[in-house]
Structure formats: structure tokens, C-alpha cells
Design a protein around this ligand. Structure first.
Ligand SMILES: [Zn+2]
Ligand SMILES: [Zn+2]
Length: 351
């Protein structure tokens, strides 16, 4: 089959690879109908997330049809349309039993390198999914009306936004600033707004992204310019800094800006992906300001994807405008270029 694989020097190529097979009795094989390129794919190729093997299949967002099942899969059937979770959990450890699937003792992720279990990814014609009963969501019942594209982003970026909003623990009179107008930031802002908070603002240093958040996604947004981002925010809020900031960027600069733009005693949710970066934390400043830092870890997909999908089904959130480019899988290299150069916000590939 055809798949997007990791090539030397942080590049990708579309290559012929062996068809995935059921390896364990709890596996499913899914024929992929739609898959997407994610920011963490770039982190991986750029080497900030270590452990990528050349020739490994990339990708972790997909919707497809089950074509093959191991003997011990109970709740899934061949021919069923399913959404995949990027996060692969075991369902049996104490963390999974407590609903903290992202801290599963055996957690892995699809297509995210050797440190994430070395599982082949979803930018392919088909994918093997371990522990299929837990890690695939059947798109039936109330979810059967969703199109593949409407469901697709709930396996990662959209649900990551919902998870971030849950971590932010917002109340009605909170003002939330989400740093980063990429897909995760946009969905986090939409999820915060849905949770009923007073005001949500998307902040981005890229004026085009700030404009996209406002014009296309219907969110309040600000272009952060200059070396005092907190002043830009204060100007827009009438002088007060937000109660919560969410770093949906995953860069040291983004993290520092999130610290600067929150009020004393406020909460900072670190949702963006970090790998090998290092930062010397100003302990005294954080202590005296009483900042509540909440590092997300991988998103708890299984705890929030139903909520995310239902919000799409009810028309509360429409993920479609976030998908700016659609390409055949064969043109994945071009898709990565569009995404890397920030010409594309979200690229969907069709095998
Ligand atoms: Zn991702
Ligand atoms: Zn587990």
C-alpha cells in the first residue's frame, strides 16, 4: 500500500510499504478514508520530538472503515466506520480505569516515533490499531450523521482543545487568552467559549492567523506585536490581564508569553507539545505571582472525544472551516510544505 514515510533530513515521501496485518488478538485494521497532517508531525520531523525511524509511517488522525479484526475484539465489527485516537491506551491499568487514559502505564501514540511505541501511522491506505475496542470510536447512533471530515479532527486537535479547556477549569466570569491560532488553539478557544466563559481571545504573533481566527472561525482575536505582549492584551481588555492563558504553541517563546499575559494568581495551561527544549524557569517570579502552571501532557482523547463529536453534531462547533487544504495522499509532500510554510492551517489527505 501507499503511505507517507519519514525520509532523511526531516523530509517525508510517499512510498510503497507492506499492508498492515492483525498482529495481536485485540488489533483492528482500518482502511483509511481521510487523514490529516498535524503540528506534532512537524515537531517529529524537525527533531524536537526525538525518536523517529526512517521509513516509519507518519500520521495519527484518521477516519476509516474496519477491514480486519483480531479474535478478541468484542465491540467493533468489520465494515464499521470509525474514528481513530492518536493516543493508544491499554484500558486496564489503574490510570485507564480512573479515566486518565493519557497517563496510561503503557501509553503509546500512532505514527509518533520510537519513543511513542514505534507504531505505524495513519497517513496511509490502511492502519493497524492496537486495543481496538478502546482506541477506535464507532461513528454510529447520534454520530452517524457526521461526515468523515466533521469527525476527523476529534481524534486529536479538536479533542486536545477540549482537554485544554477542561484543564483551564474556567468559570463564567473568567477571561481566557489562548496563545496560538493554529488548530489546537482555535479548538481550545471554541471549547472555552462553549463552556460559557466571559471572554475568550486568541492571540497570535502572525497577523494572518489572528485574522483567520476572527474572520473564519468567528473568534475574538488579537495580533500580538512588539516586545510587550501583555500591553497589547491589557489594551484590549481595558487594563486587566486574563485569568487563564493557554499555551497552544509549544515553543519557549510561547510559554514565556503565556506567563506574561496572565494575571497574578492566574492559571497557565501548557497544551502545546514540548520535546527536547530547555528553559530555566524564573522560580521567584512564578512564586511571587502565584501562577498555577498546568502542563497537559498528551491529550486525554478518550475522555473528551464524545463531547467534541456531539458538539459538532449539535452544530455548536463547526470544524470544517479549519480545514484549508485537501489533497490526495500521493501529494502529501506538497501538503507538508504548505503546512510547514504556514500557508495551510490544516491539510486533509485522501488515500
Ligand atoms: Zn497531533
Ligand atoms: Zn492503561
Amino acid at each position: 500500500m501507499k503511505a507517507v514515510v519519514c525520509a532523511p533530513k526531516g523530509k517525508v515521501k510517499v512510498d510503497e510499504v507492506p499492508d498492515p496485518q492483525v498482529q495481536e488478538s485485540t488489533d483492528a485494521v482500518v482502511q483509511v478514508r481521510r487523514t490529516a497532517i498535524c503540528g506534532s508531525d512537524l515537531h517529529l520531523l524537525d527533531g524536537t520530538t526525538p525518536g523517529m525511524r526512517e521509513g516509519a509511517v507518519i500520521g495519527h488522525e484518521f477516519v476509516g472503515l474496519i477491514t480486519d479484526l483480531g479474535d478478541d475484539v468484542e465491540k467493533r465489527f468489520e465494515g464499521t466506520r470509525v474514528l481513530g485516537s492518536f493516543l493508544i491506551a491499554c484500558g486496564e491499568c489503574s490510570e485507564c480505569l480512573a479515566g486518565r487514559f493519557n497517563f496510561c502505564a503503557k501509553r503509546r501514540a500512532l505514527g509518533l516515533g520510537t519513543l511513542a511505541g514505534d507504531l505505524d501511522g495513519a497517513q496511509a491506505e490502511a492502519i493497524r490499531v492496537p486495543n481496538a475496542d478502546l482506541n477506535l470510536k464507532t461513528l454510529d447512533g447520534a454520530l452517524s450523521g457526521l461526515s468523515d471530515e466533521e469527525a476527523l479532527l476529534a481524534g486529536d486537535v479538536m479533542t486536545t482543545g477540549f482537554y485544554g479547556a477542561a484543564l483551564a477549569d474556567i468559570s463564567r466570569d473568567d477571561v481566557v487568552a489562548v496563545l496560538g491560532g493554529g488548530p489546537v488553539g482555535l479548538f481550545c478557544a471554541l471549547a472555552c467559549r462553549r463552556a460559557g466563559t466571559e471572554r475568550v481571545i486568541v492571540l497570535d504573533t502572525d497577523p494572518k492567523r489572528a485574522k483567520f481566527a476572527k474572520d473564519v472561525m468567528g473568534l475574538d482575536s488579537l495580533h500580538l506585536k512588539g516586545d510587550k505582549p501583555e500591553d497589547v492584551v491589557k489594551k484590549a481588555t481595558g487594563g486587566a490581564l486574563p485569568d487563564v492563558t493557554v499555551d497552544a504553541v509549544g515553543s519557549i517563546e510561547g510559554f514565556k508569553t503565556s506567563l506574561r499575559c496572565v494575571r497574578d494568581g492566574g492559571r497557565v495551561v501548557v497544551l502545546g507539545v514540548y520535546g527536547a527544549e530547555r528553559y530555566e524557569m524564573p522560580m521567584g517570579m512564578i512564586w511571587i505571582r502565584g501562577l498555577d502552571l498546568r502542563f497537559a501532557g498528551m491529550a486525554n482523547v478518550h475522555a473528551h472525544w464524545n463531547d467534541a463529536l456531539l458538539s459538532v453534531g449539535k452544530g455548536e462547533i463547526d470544524p470544517a472551516p479549519a480545514i484549508t487544504h485537501r489533497l490526495p495522499l500521493e501529494e502529501a509532500e506538497q501538503g507538508y510544505e504548505l503546512f510547514r510554510s504556514r500557508k495551510a492551517l490544516k491539510v486533509v489527505l485522501t488515500p
